[in-house]
Design a protein around this ligand. Structure first.
Ligand SMILES: Nc1ncnc2c1ncn2[C@@H]1O[C@H](COP(=O)(O)OP(=O)(O)O)[C@@H](O)[C@H]1O
Ligand SMILES: [Mg+2]
Length: 345
């Protein structure tokens, strides 16, 4: 056997195929027959609520944990018996997982040293990664002498030094403040473009999923509910879980259709931006509250006793609580789901 990590010399590089993965922890089913293919070179975002199995998926790909059933294939090779350090995979954790007693330089050198990379070559790899992530002036600092954003860059640089065929990023932006999250998001995209390496990025933030992934996979209950280009998944959610999860405020869902006219076994969905205020509109509502968001406003309205509808409007809607309005749904953007199974109709 060569010293090359498994998956490091195959073409195309960095395809991941997950087949019927099942994983339980005691009585908890973390993954429940999960299937997913990550294409070589793509940035795929795994999104789902907390506890939906996202980190478990990454741990199984990295080899930090083993599935009860199912297979993980990297570039067509079943890596079930390959230990983590021999997989061409690097993982970045939300909490950075840097060694606190080592400087940035030594944190970055740690992996190459363990892998017995010659000293000069290791130094070159560290310089290259530090330059790419703009942390060259931080190499002598310790982790507790840096901000969260800087630590995150070091964690990314450490993954770069591994030169893997696959990057696994577990909520890498979650502990950054909003401003930094925005700029680091752009850095991640630039890094992916420059490297062209497969990345699986995990987040529970639907906005991050919409903006970062070439494709997005929505996870719930240890299964993939839908995979696709973000806008396509947003426009045509495959089921009620996906419909609820992507979009903020979430899609308005009306069981039985109510004012949107449907049979009792159908749930009708309309996104807040697909409801227009229109004096001639067919749906009469009362405004309960207005949420000004600067660039837009959300009207929280009530239609009859039990239907609440959120409406996205321009920044200065000129209405207030108690006002009565009429709404017109965009007829091309009405979603219908089977209430029983949740599946799109
Ligand atoms: N080591 C573990 N021991 C017990 N339960 C676990 C362990 N790891 C994960 N779980 C459980 O498995 C489910 C999925 O976890 P996880 O993959 O971490 O979800 P996510 O990353 O989407 O929040 C959760 O219910 C979690 O509590
Ligand atoms: Mg997690």
């Amino acid at each position: 056997m060569s010293d090359r990590p498994v998956g490091a010399n195959a073409e195309p590089a960095g395809e991941i195929r997950l087949e019927s993965l099942t994983k339980t922890y005691g009585r908890v089913t973390a993954l429940d027959g999960l299937d997913l293919v990550v294409r070589p070179g793509e940035l795929l975002t795994l999104v789902g609520p907390s506890g939906s199995g996202k980190s478990t998926v990454l741990r199984l790909i990295a080899g930090l944990d083993r599935p009860d059933q199912g297979r993980v294939l990297v570039d067509g090779v079943d890596v079930g018996r390959v230990p983590p350090h021999r997989r061409a995979v690097a993982m970045v954790f939300q909490d950075y997982a840097l060694y606190p007693h080592l400087t940035v330089r030594d944190n970055l050198l740690f992996g190459p040293q363990v892998r017995r990379v010659p000293r000069a070559e290791a130094a070159r790899q560290v310089r290259d990664a530090a330059a790419r992530l703009d942390i060259a002036d931080l190499l002598d600092r310790y982790p507790d002498q840096m901000s969260g954003g800087q630590r995150q860059r070091v964690a990314l640089a450490r993954a770069l030094v591994r030169r893997p065929n696959v990057y696994l990023l577990d909520e890498p932006l979650a502990s950054l403040d909003a401003q930094l999250r925005f700029s680091t998001r752009a850095d991640l995209l630039a890094m992916h473009r420059a490297l062209g390496t497969t990345m699986v990025h995990v987040t529970h933030d639907q906005a991050e999923a919409m903006t970062l992934g070439d494709r997005v996979a929505v996870l719930d209950g240890g299964r993939v509910r839908q995979v696709g280009v973000p806008q396509q998944v947003y426009d045509e959610p495959a089921d009620l879980v996906v419909a609820r999860f992507l979009g903020s405020p979430p899609m308005n869902l009306v069981p039985g259709g109510g004012v949107f006219g449907a049979t009792s076994d159908t749930t009708v969905g309309v996104r807040p931006e697909d409801l227009a205020v229109d004096p001639e509109g067919p749906v009469e509502v009362t405004v309960e509250a207005v949420e000004p968001l600067g660039s837009e406003a959300i009207l929280l309205t009530r239609c009859g006793d039990d239907i609440r509808l959120a409406v996205r409007t321009g920044p200065r809607p000129g209405v207030g609580a108690g006002d009565r309005l009429r709404l017109r749904p965009d007829p091309d953007r009405i979603h219908r789901f089977d209430t029983e199974t949740g599946l799109r109709r």
